[in-house]
Design a protein around this ligand. Sequence first.
Ligand code: G6P
Length: 609
Amino acid sequence: MCGIVGAVAQRDVAPILIEGLKRLEYRGYDSAGLAVIDKEGVMGRLRRMGKVRELEDALQVEPVQGGTGIAHTRWATHGEPSERNAHPHVSGDIAVVHNGIIENHEVLREQLKGLGYVFVSDTDTEVIAHLIHHERKSAASLLEALQKTVAQLEGAYGTVIVDRREPDHLVVARSGSPLVVGHGIGENYVASDQLALLPVTHRFQYLEEGDVAEVTRESVDIYDLHGNPVERELLDSDLDHEATEKGPYRHFMLKEIFEQPDAINSTLEGRLTDNHVAIESFGHNAREIFSKVKAIQLIACGTSYNAGMVARNWFEDMGIPCRVEIASEFRYRKAFVPENCLLVTISQSGETADTLAALRLAKEQGFMSSLTVCNVPGSSMVRESDMAFMTRAGAEIGVASTKAFTTQLTALAMLVTAIARCNNKMTEKEETQIVSELRSLPHLIKDVLQQKDAITELAEDFSDKHHSLFLGRGTMYPIAMEGALKLKEISYIHAEAYAAGELKHGPLALIDSEMPVVVVAPNNELLEKLKSNMEEVRARGGQLYVFADPRARLSAGEGVKVINLAEVSDMMAPIVYTVPLQLLSYDVALIKGTDVDQPRNLAKSVTVE
Ligand code: G6P
């Protein structure tokens, strides 16, 4: 999704802006641009289709210089990807970058045309530029013009504005699309994600909904929705800027797959006592809330939804009623809220528009409390939920989620345990067992990672296929869903997941030698049933690729390739079996030569509906 970077400094800001945009590339985009103003009030603007590199190359030929600037990576929503539609958009002396969608842009466009404004792009953003330009004529300051403008906007926006005539400051507004102010020494910055600014600062203030702010080299003044001056907490980020480098890995995705043992260690760190999950790690009043919980509602999108599907099984296995729903569905229907129901949102970014909207709506629907399982401190969901449990996976740059997913599952396993214990649905002995299994996870995942070469060999068989099927049962059905999602996201091979028992109700008709079938087969009580499903495939000439527990005693043969993983408990199996599916997708994508870290049409953080 779109990214924003802005800076006010004494030095030339173009390199800061370009570096910031590069760090936001992972979010997905189709064009990039910047506008920079020098001391004399000369504004240079440059926009390019494609990668930030194109913009950087263009800067060599047409340099822009100055100490105040804004920059943007665009992911088209209104208007095709083109240089004309790329940001910044300009109206007279004003230049604007914007993330989000202005829903009433058509009405505003007509009004502005009536005032004589000529539109040169198809974007909703251009209305902001003209509106500010119009309001600036009567407002006492650029900030006041922005306040008058946002009062007329409907929709979601994070926006940053510069005025050529006032070169020493930026004004910004946030409503529904995140913005963070970075504090430097004698220079300040803004961005849609702190990752963009890590090379220049580690001190951040997150703007809250409805905030507007004025940022100069020496000051940051923030005003709330009602125009009152407010202080927002200044936080020191502990994110390492190396976290956004690939290091020796060819892709971020591969790096992030291999980081999983460490990421899971971080998720667990300080949250397990000898034999217990530390309930207070979910919040100081978590014990009191958890002991009243009678039901759980999980809400998420994409990969995070798959994590929720696994957790639903875990909760219900413990006798705790649990529903899981895709956020974009939940937010538009009347959901039944059982008594004492805890709302749990799961989100890597904490900014996904649908999940955030569902969280906000749900607050009015009578849930007893809300908790988010999230990877980004200070994100909207973390701030707006009653409790937050950070997954601590570190920055995840690859669009296809890997370590964020396995740490979400780890966090959810801890949550299930904590809630079950608070409600006497689990014995102390059972808790001790789970705690010990959680501790063994990093080691189990390291074992799977050592199988990379064997998995690479399987990948050869997939690269010329157009379709594939992923099968699992119980908690492994969502893992089949996650495996299929990974493969389609990065290799563009159509992949569908089925609960293996459903095979005979349709997908069996698709089976032939051109349809590889991936099966996740840990040693659980559903294994025998799963074996029958595999036979159904084999009997019809299908080619099976099975990730199995050695105790399942599955052997390779005609139409079956088997990779045995280490022995693993029922509860840890979904986490461990995810990893070979990630590696398989990665290797297939590599053979196909797709853009692994930034697959076409996809975005890391989906901050529009
Ligand atoms: C996008 C990303 C996915 C992610 C989903 C939900 O589609 O490409 O990787 O799973 O959004 O994002 P969240 O940040 O809420 O987990």
